[in-house]
Design a protein around this ligand. Structure first.
Ligand code: FES
Length: 145
């Protein structure tokens, strides 16, 4: 049995799309950092970040992801992946607007692109996932940038 979509409603309109629209109204281009991440991130003299990933609760499970700060003006997130951690740019590949974390991944407040927590593209208009940022892990600290 099919269901009619009422006039004015778009079948593509999802709860996430509505949330993005609402967030877009409030968007100021800043990504909030959870307090736990904030206290475990240090900016090095060369501009890279030293992230104590083993102390950030959001990164305690595979698939957890969190904004950790900026490297040379680019907002950066870290995701706990199978076998380690990965850093990614949080600038939307469509037009460079900072993306925001939501319950299942990252969402761009500008035009609604959606990405998995690991940065893979789920919905355009972006045509690629979030760019990877170089990182290396040593003794529980991920150096990013
Ligand atoms: S800038 Fe992100 S979807 Fe356009």
């Amino acid at each position: 049995m099919s269901r009619d979509v009422g006039a004015g409603a778009s079948p593509a309109m999802t709860r996430r799309t509505l949330l993005v629209a609402a967030c877009g109204v409030l968007a100021v281009g800043v990504v909030a950092m959870p307090a736990a991440a904030d206290s475990n991130v240090r900016t090095l003299a060369d501009g890279r970040l030293a992230v104590r990933v083993n102390r950030i609760p959001e990164l305690s499970r595979v698939g957890g992801a969190v904004y950790v700060g900026t490297v040379k003006g680019t907002p950066v997130g870290v995701v706990r992946a199978t076998g380690g951690y990965r850093a990614m740019s949080l600038r939307c590949p469509h037009q460079g607007v900072p993306v925001r974390r939501d319950e299942s991944g990252w969402v761009c407040p500008a035009h609604g692109s959606e990405f998995t927590a690991a940065g893979a593209l789920e919905l355009g208009p972006a045509t690629t996932g979030l760019a990877r940022v170089a990182s290396s892990l040593k003794g529980g600290t991920l150096t990013v940038g």
